[in-house]
Design a protein around this ligand. Structure first.
Ligand SMILES: Cc1cc2nc3c(=O)[nH]c(=O)nc-3n(C[C@H](O)[C@H](O)[C@H](O)COP(=O)(O)OP(=O)(O)OC[C@H]3O[C@@H](n4cnc5c(N)ncnc54)[C@H](O)[C@@H]3O)c2cc1C
Length: 339
């Protein structure tokens, strides 16, 4: 384990922000975590646990220690005729996992193809796309509880998954280093076409029984078409969450803004499309300095080249304010802002 000093994070965040960390360490196995925890550096400095950096915005240099989780490995734990349980190192790339599963006929994750980042971050954010969330196949995970100074295994209920949310953003925030994640996948293809855009796209093929490979390919094609490539135009996917408002408020707004789009939830709440709100406020494709809103997708803030973290943050705040002014809706960041 080598601790590096004054380390550039430019290649460790998909915004491509050239922030420097005072200290940086790459962790390759569980033993290195225990070794690190006992160093005075860890005990005295602030730290941040980093995956692929695809859901974070560094607003400046990081005055502390970046812990980059690179624990690899995928193994089968249990299998029967219907299900297979696998254990995956937190440092594996999520999209590689999806591809490996499909190639081995372990089904379920295909709707989540092409989401950037590492496996360890997937439960933190409870990643989701095309009507599937990682929680739908989650079995358990192991990680290091910093306060208790021990490895622990958490099951589904312990993780308190919700829309882009989990216990790791609350009670266990900055206190739990995820090292291995387990998923229970299907041995039989049981495809999920409940997302309208996906089912419409698949229906164009006129195939009576679409299979998981078709879902996987279609999701990749849709995403490639719809989202800017962060390797060419730095971004962290959706910058904001879709806001959830009361049905009463939604109905009132709908009287004024008849085209307002919403998805009714069970608890008398409505999830509103943040992208639509942002587009209606005229932000799509706009650029302020080196920061801008994607031309492809209004929910994505992009780095047009050498933007500073603060440029991106300032733009996000202006967007938020305009949504409050027009709709009285407060957007919540999906991207984590790191000071
Ligand atoms: C182009 C693009 C498209 C995207 N599309 C989607 C999408 O469709 N759906 C979606 O849900 N997200 C999407 N995202 C967001 C992002 O890909 C996910 O949030 C992803 O899970 C982040 O993974 P990461 O490894 O990059 O995490 P990071 O950005 O490095 O970290 C995210 C959070 O997880 C924590 N974390 C990371 N690893 C660990 C660990 N081992 N232990 C404990 N905590 C950890 C970090 O501290 C931080 O709080 C997209 C991003 C981009 C750039």
């Amino acid at each position: 384990m080598e601790i590096l000093k004054n380390y550039s994070l430019k290649n460790h965040n998909t915004f491509g922000i050239d922030a420097k960390a005072d200290f940086y360490v790459s962790i390759r196995n569980n033993e290195e975590i225990e070794e690190l925890i006992n160093t005075s550096l860890f005990q005295n400095d602030k730290f941040f646990i980093l995956g692929g950096g695809s859901n974070v915005l560094f607003t400046g240099n990081f005055k502390g220690l970046i812990i980059d989780i690179n624990i690899r490995g995928i193994k089968i734990l249990e299998t029967n005729d219907d299900k297979i349980t696998i254990e995956v190192g937190a440092g594996e790339h999520w999209d590689d996992l999806v591809t490996i599963c499909l190639n081995n006929k372990f089904f379920g994750l295909e709707n989540l193809a092409l989401i950037p980042g590492k496996v360890g971050a997937a439960p933190v954010q409870n990643i989701g796309a095309y009507a599937v969330e990682q929680k739908d196949f989650f079995y358990s995970l192991t990680g290091y509880n910093i306060e208790k100074k021990q490895f622990e295994t958490l099951n589904y209920d312990d993780c308190k998954f919700n829309y882009r949310d989990s216990v790791f953003k609350h009670e266990l925030k900055n206190n739990f280093i995820i090292t291995q994640v387990r998923y229970k996948l299907n041995k039989n293809e049981n495809i999920n076409l409940s997302y309208k855009e996906l089912s419409q796209e698949i229906s164009k093929f006129n195939i009576e029984k679409p299979d998981a490979k078709l879902i996987y390919d279609t999701v990749r094609r849709l995403r490639t078409h719809k989202l800017p490539d962060y390797r060419l135009l730095g971004n962290a996917g959706s910058f904001f969450k879709n806001p959830i408002i009361s049905k009463g408020k939604f109905d009132k707004l709908k009287e004024i803004f008849t085209e307002l789009q919403g998805y009714t939830l069970a608890n008398n709440k409505v999830k509103v499309s943040a992208g639509w709100l942002i587009e209606q406020c005229g932000w799509k494709g706009r650029q302020i300095g080196k920061a801008g809103v994607s031309e492809k997708h209004a929910l994505i803030i992009v780095n047009h080249g050498n933007a500073k973290g603060h440029d991106i943050l300032n733009l996000s705040e202006q967007i938020k304010q305009s949504i409050i002014d027009k709709y009285d809706i407060e957007l919540e960041n999906e991207v984590l802002i790191i000071e």
